[in-house]
Design a protein around this ligand. Structure first.
Ligand code: MSP
Length: 663
């Protein structure tokens, strides 16, 4: 029987459902996804869990405001979180919702174990409670703000079940000593150790003041305190009471933000100790992404959304930026300026440029095949050595969660390759047999280096690495490649290269930032949904704003209604693709009186060059709007053909003057 692979279980926090992901949440999930891909490439059987934390007063209030039942509210939010993670390529193996029946049973089971073992008792509690952080604030007086979020606390008195946290001071301290890597990074560990050394108070783990929670069996109206509920999600994701069958528990790493480290390194291990269950191996607390030195939050109105960035620059760019720019564990500032700068310098000019140069030279000189290298000169060996050394170093950095250093090591090999090409100048070599052979050696060396760096960068840049992998004619899925088997020299000569796909087109900084901001604005303040289809057929992808409610099929309109739509003959002057918007073309169109910029959703069906000089029908009196952050001032008329709605541009068989009105 095949030996079972070693397992690796990674979790992200389960996120609150009273908002949608911003880049803070995205950060934790990205790191989990990077680790998931990396550990698979190291031969582990990996499970990654994320999910939604759906109980508590905040949800109760938000659902009331939306005038829908809590269950419906959280179902919609959970769908939205899951859909966004999928869209961003951050699909976890398990997605736990705390309203799932399996989870509910697991929480009740954990409580039963803690109670049976004598760590739960009934008592009364009066204190200040922060409903935003779902935590009692120790030693706070009436009216005091929450020390974490600064918002007002509320005074509550209730009959509660208490957890004997005080009994775990010594066991926890012993545990931290025995497993010095349990809390990462080191600075956080010191904080927690001194907190626990300061003494632990028993913790109230049920509530009677909240309705929307998991019921304590036989003890209604008690529901579980949200953190007792939420932390248990890590266990319910991999089998709950039957965790042994799945074989994934205990977690190998809980990834969390520094804001919730205490819950994970004090309460959670104490609950598990009380229940006599295995303890997680590590809790890794990363820092925050700050906007103008403040933590991002919806209430402060300073959130940065992931989708507009992914649309404009690609998700790989955001992943790269997050891991490269900030030392994992520390806080970092987020700025669009820094993001776009990194994109252009490291991705467009760095990896992207190396891949496109290599592809172009191989295509031109060796008919799109990997050449057989000739004799290696010392400079070839020196470059090979850099790449070989990088393999060991990068793996070590990933293992230590030193993502920025891992990427730095990869990019220093890319820089070395650039320098090598500049010095060796394969393009300047002639076609004598010696020079051909030299060219083959240089290009094989570059391609082999590209293969190595691509495999190493894959966990962080999955989409673009797969494109380079494909370009290099590698058949095996890149994510299934085993890094332990990665060696210099494995690139086989005469392999046919795949098609080159653009990786990171350079962007103009100001324009890119404006577009990201415009898209974020559209997402945060969505325009009201159109009441019906636009009156004129809009090419796929949407080319302009929808008009007023259109009549139903067969209904007639008055001539005055038609007269409201001003259509004119235009001539396309320029046409180009839009970075980050696969379906759109940006056109400038001469409509007689002026030249207009118009976006048309026709990029999948028309080559930009083929449109130049073409006469088209333009709706000229539509309100301008931004599409994917690009201003569109008018709409090009097209028929919508076939089931997939292929756009076919309306045009003329006779010569028509530019600017003529259609009537
Ligand atoms: N529901 C709890 C967690 C329960 S886990 C058993 C919770 N949810 S949350 O929606 O507030 O998400 C918290 C996590 O999001 C943080 O721990 C952190 O991982 C991430 N971040 C939220 N804002 C952040 C930044 N501005 N920067 C980086 N990460 C931050 O707490």
């Amino acid at each position: 029987m095949a030996e079972r692979k070693e397992k690796f279980y990674i979790t992200t926090p389960i996120y609150y459902t009273n908002g949608l992901p911003h880049i803070g949440h995205t950060y934790t999930t990205v790191v989990a996804d990077v680790l998931r891909r990396y550990k698979k490439m190291r031969g582990y059987d990996v499970v990654m869990t994320t999910g939604t934390d759906e109980h508590g007063v905040n949800v109760e209030r938000a659902a009331k405001k939306a005038d829908i039942p809590e269950s419906e509210f959280v179902a919609r939010m959970a769908d939205a979180w899951r859909a966004l993670w999928d869209e961003l390529g951050l699909t976890a193996d398990e997605f736990v919702r705390t309203t799932d029946l399996n989870h509910v049973r697991t929480v009740q089971w954990l409580f039963k174990l803690c109670k049976e073992n004598g760590y739960v008792y009934k008592g009364h509690y009066t204190g200040q409670y922060c409903i935003y952080d779902n935590a009692y604030v120790n030693d706070a007086k009436t009216g005091d703000p929450c020390p974490d979020c600064g918002r007002p606390t509320e005074t509550v008195t209730e009959e509660n079940y208490f957890f004997k946290l005080s009994a775990f001071q010594k066991p926890l301290l012993d545990f931290y000593r025995k497993f010095p890597d349990f809390i990462q990074p080191e600075t956080r560990k010191n904080e927690i150790v001194s907190f626990v050394e300061g003494g632990l108070k028993d913790l109230s783990i049920t509530r009677t003041s909240i309705r929307w929670g998991i019921p304590v069996p036989g003890e209604e109206p008690h529901v579980f305190y949200v953190w007792f509920d939420a932390l248990t999600a890590y266990l319910s994701a991999v089998g709950g009471p039957d965790y042994e069958k799945r074989g994934m528990w205990p977690a190998d790493v809980h990834l969390v933000g520094k804001d919730i480290i205490r819950f994970h390194t004090v309460y959670w291990p104490a609950f598990l100790m009380a229940a006599m269950l295995p303890l997680p191996k590590q809790v890794w607390a990363h820092g925050w992404f700050l906007m103008d030195a403040a933590k991002m939050s919806k209430s402060k109105g300073n959130v940065v959304l992931p989708r507009p960035i992914a649309n404009m620059l690609g998700m790989d760019a955001l992943r790269y930026f997050m891991l490269r720019e900030v030392v994992f564990g520390q806080d970092g500032n987020f700025s669009y300026d820094a993001l776009v700068t990194r994109y252009n310098s490291d991705l467009a000019n760095g990896l992207g440029n190396l891949a496109s140069r290599t592809a172009a030279m191989l295509e031109k000189n060796f008919a799109g095949k990997v050449p057989k290298p000739g004799a290696f000169l010392p400079q070839d060996d020196a470059l090979a050595k850099e790449a070989k050394n990088a393999i060991g170093e990068v793996l070590e950095r990933y293992d230590k969660f030193e993502f920025a250093r891992a990427l730095e090591a990869i990019w220093s090999v890319i820089a070395a390759a650039d320098k090598y090409l500049t010095t060796e100048q394969p393009w300047a070599l002639g076609d004598s047999p010696e020079q051909e052979s030299r060219k083959a050696t240089i290009l094989w060396t570059t391609a082999e280096l590209l293969r190595i760096v691509t495999a190493l960068a894959y966990p962080v840049l999955p989409e673009s690495a797969a494109k380079v992998w494909n370009l290099l004619g590698q058949n095996m899925a890149i994510g299934a490649t085993q890094l332990d088997g990665l060696r210099w020299g494995q690139l086989a000569p005469s392999v046919t290269l795949g098609k080159f796909q653009a990786l990171f087109p350079r962007v103009e900084k100001t324009e890119a930032i404006e577009r990201i901001e415009a898209m974020a604005n559209e997402e945060l303040n969505p325009a009201p949904a159109p009441a019906a289809k636009p009156a004129v057929s809009a090419p796929a992808g949407g080319t302009a704003a929808a008009a007023a409610p259109a009549p139903g099929p067969g209904e007639k309109i008055a001539i005055e209604d038609f007269a409201k739509v001003e259509m004119r003959v235009g001539q396309v002057k320029t046409a180009e693709r839009i970075v980050g918007a696969d379906k759109l073309l940006k056109l400038t169109v001469d409509i007689g009186s002026e030249i207009r910029q118009i976006c048309a959703g026709i990029a999948q069906y028309y080559e930009p060059e083929s449109l130049i000089g073409r006469k088209v029908v333009v709706v000229v009196n539509l309100a301008p709007r931004k599409l994917r952050g690009v201003e569109s001032n008018g709409m090009i008329v097209a028929a919508s053909v076939g089931p997939e709605g292929r756009p076919v541009l309306a045009g003329f068989h006779e010569d028509v003057e530019i600017g003529s009105r259609l009537k």
